[in-house]
Design a binder for this molecule. Structure first.
Ligand code: ZN
Ligand code: ZN
Length: 156
């Protein structure tokens, strides 16, 4: 039995892109065992082509900032050691919580689907106007901006 590192609810197993993952029914965070994120991304690799690099750099950089701002130290669901934030190479600039003993990683609510949305909706990001982004950030801060931006994937 595994418990959520954020709120201690019991994680529920489900299949995602052909890979069995553990999801928290309360905060909807996801625990991925070692290699599972790579397996998911491998299954989706064909969808990632044609993404404009500059759009990805902006989005992932701003997302890492928003995440670092709100984050607390989490523990591994297996060994209970503190998770360590590490930049994940595939999604450059995105910081993911990793077990220092190699058990796996924790993704915040909908983060997995957000990463996919970024790739799948590259057209939307390519069309973003810098002034609109700054205006949105002034309203609710960068966190509010992303909550608004990512609301489409909230049901994931
Ligand atoms: Zn949870
Ligand atoms: Zn561990």
């Amino acid at each position: 039995m595994r418990n959520c590192p954020v709120d201690d609810f019991t994680l529920v197993q489900e299949t995602y892109e052909g890979v069995t993952i553990d999801r928290c029914p309360h905060c909807h965070g996801v625990w991925l065992d070692k290699g599972e994120l790579e397996a998911i991304q491998k299954n989706q690799a064909d969808d990632f082509r044609g993404v404009p690099d500059d759009a990805m750099d902006f989005v992932t950089g701003a997302m890492a900032m928003a995440k670092a701002e709100s984050e607390k130290t989490l523990s591994c669901v297996k060994c209970d050691d503190d998770l360590v934030k590490r930049e994940y190479s595939f999604t450059s600039q995105v910081m993911i919580d990793n077990c220092p003993n190699g058990h796996g990683m924790w993704l915040d609510k909908s983060e997995l689907s957000r990463l996919e949305k970024f790739y799948e909706e590259e057209q939307d990001f390519a069309n973003f106007d810098e002034a609109d982004i700054l205006k949105a950030m002034k309203g609710g801060g960068i966190k509010g901006f992303f909550e608004k931006l990512l609301s489409r994937s909230a049901g994931f």
